[in-house]
Ligand binder design. Structure first.
Ligand code: ADP
Ligand code: MG
Length: 560
């Protein structure tokens, strides 16, 4: 009779927490066990690469998932490197090994099920669905197999046992359904297949299952036959590891849809295979349409994060700057640990490098879209331009280098959207400023008296119809050393023609009228005076200082 070993303290707490937590994403246990199996095959593969006495015969290496509904067991078998008695003791008895140390304070533990949802907690996740976990393993180079068994928090046993081949079987005794929780699904073929597809499709070894079904009988007319055969459930080669040349736009679009990144057609895909300081593959998409919740608090930015083909996080926010929060897609890196915690991720040097890399890539892809496919870019800008402008405005203009060349504004001259570069490059020599006019709509701005003088000089005016426009531009301050200037600002920087200045007679003749007007408007205006700015309009408002009338309106409307 073997004595029961106790789990190490940390493991025990995590186990209890996991077993007791009402946890919605239990299905990830399968991802964890398959990933361990894949790691174990990796290890034997590596051994074969470095040891001449071993041959690695591709066909001998696979993972098999078997459900037995009658006995309520689910078995995950692998032909990997296996575990010795010592390894069973050390690796399955101590959780500290698996890097899941996010569970330190009680507070974190309360929130634990969220963390489990995002990261692997490894082997122990099996207890979310199983009453008893049995591990039968035979290590490479060993004659004796061992059986590790545990019913959860109260400990485990290890005894010698029989196993013909090297590798590991993990046998889960699936829990009975309770009033609140259903476990039967983890014994159902189609459900298991779906879970494998979802999380482990890209594991590079075959994941096999015995599958039953019904199909038309070959060579017969309208006859069907039942079959039971072994199938490989995963596709093994992820699209992001494939060569770009082998892939069509349709392949990428299918992937976009399969992954439910969006329900529109992506406007553009970006496939990155980085092989430099940090090694990663990524497939990113720029959606065509604004998601319905995009400009709300509910919208969550982020990319899927894979560690060596295994999904470890659904929405890794740290991979995208806010101003590119519309980008969808995934990143796979061999340099990330599967069990890295959320806190650790934020400080992970590899991840920071990847994020920087991705940011630059998105920027340059948008730039080439703007250059080569203007119509598409304008479609993009219609959906997400506002976010770029928010980006310029936030962080006190820290992002202006990234973003300023991606901005578009409506031009008085071209009657369409233009870039700041296009504006500046055709400025007449005597023009000092980049002029803009703010208003609710293009039609409204067209009628603004303030635009007349500037337009008359032959200068182009940018129309700001979005709330954020003027605020963003204030952060930019200038573009290619040209300052921005509102057409309604007091000093337009246009040389006043002396003959155009209001004569003293014009001032004094109307003195009474001006005083009467000022009286009626009282503190609504500071001063009423004669002006030469106007041509066809009798009157206009102008401001002194930095804040224009439009900005004031918005500032007043903003909740405090
Ligand atoms: P991690 O995979 O992050 O190390 P786990 O809790 O998933 O953490 O697994 C703990 C350890 O148990 C693994 O590192 C490995 O040494 C061992 N192990 C688990 N499953 C297997 C398996 N199928 N074959 C061989 N070793 C395994
Ligand atoms: Mg693991």
């Amino acid at each position: 009779m073997t004595t029961k070993q106790q789990f190490k303290a940390e493991s025990k707490r995590l186990l209890e927490m996991m077993i007791n937590s009402i946890y919605t994403q239990r299905e990830i246990f399968l991802r964890e066990l398959i990933s361990n199996a894949s790691d174990a095959i990796d290890k034997i593969y590596y051994k074969a690469l470095t040891d001449d006495t071993l041959v690695f015969n591709q066909a001998d290496y696979y993972i098999k998932v078997t459900a037995d509904q009658a006995n309520r067991t689910l078995t995950i078998s692998d032909t990997g490197i296996g575990m010795t008695e010592e390894e069973l003791e050390n690796h399955l008895g101590v959780i500290a090994k698996s890097g899941s140390l996010a569970f330190k304070s009680e507070n974190e533990a309360k929130d634990g099920h969220n963390i489990i949802g995002q990261f692997g907690v490894g082997f122990y996740s099996a207890f979310m669905v199983a009453d008893v976990v049995t591990v039968i393993s035979k290590a490479l180079g060993s004659d004796q197999a061992y059986k590790w068994e545990s019913e959860g928090a109260d400990g485990y046993t290890i005894v010698p046992c029989e196993k013909a081949t090297v590798g590991t079987d993990i046998i889960l005794k699936i829990k009975d359904n309770t009033e609140d929780d259903q476990y039967d699904e983890y014994l159902e073929e189609y459900r298991l297949k779906a879970i494998i597809k979802k999380y482990s499709d890209f594991i590079r070894y075959p994941i096999k299952m015995d599958v039953t079904g019904r199909r038309p009988k070959e060579g017969s007319d309208g006859e069907y036959e039942d079959y039971r055969e072994e199938q490989t459930v995963n596709s093994m080669v992820p699209i992001w590891r494939k060569n770009k040349n082998e892939l069509t736009t349709e392949d990428y679009n299918n992937f976009y849809f399969e992954k439910r990144y969006g329900f529109d057609q992506p406007l553009k895909h970006i496939h990155i295979s980085a092989d430099g300081a940090v090694v990663y593959n990524a497939i990113l998409f720029i959606p065509e349409n604004t998601p319905f919740d995009y400009y709300t608090k509910e919208y969550e930015k982020g990319l899927e994060l894979y560690s060596n083909g295994v999904l470890i996080m659904n929405k890794c926010a740290d991979l995208l700057p806010d101003y590119f929060s519309f980008v969808k897609g995934m990143v796979d890196s061999e340099d990330l640990s599967l069990n890295i915690s959320r806190e650790m991720l934020q400080h992970d040097r590899q991840l920071t490098l990847i994020a920087k890399n991705i940011k630059n890539k998105i920027k340059s892809q948008l730039q080439s879209l703007l250059k080569d496919e203007r119509e598409k870019y304008e479609q993009f800008y219609k959906s997400f331009g506002r976010q770029l402008k928010f980006g310029v405005y936030s962080d006190y203009g820290a992002n202006k280098d990234v973003l300023q060349d991606l901005l578009l504004f409506y031009s008085s001259k071209e009657k369409k959207l233009i870039t700041l570069d296009e504006y500046v490059s055709r400025m007449p020599e005597d023009q000092k400023f980049i002029y803009y006019a703010s208003g609710e709509s293009i039609e409204r701005i067209d009628k603004l008296p303030q635009t007349e003088l500037v337009a008359d000089k032959g200068y182009e005016i940018l129309y700001f119809t979005d709330d954020i426009d003027e605020f963003a531009i204030k952060m930019l301050m200038n573009y290619k050393e040209k300052e921005f200037k509102s057409v309604s600002s007091g000093d337009l920087g246009i040389e006043p023609d002396t003959k155009d200045a209001p004569t003293e007679a014009e001032e004094s003749d109307n003195k009474e009228l001006f005083e009467a007007m000022k009286g009626i408007l009282s503190d609504k205006v500071k001063q009423v005076k004669a002006s030469k700015r106007l041509k066809s309009h009798p009157v206009c408002l102008s401001t002194e200082g930095e804040v224009t009338i439009e900005m004031e309106k918005i500032l007043k409307a903003m909740p405090n």
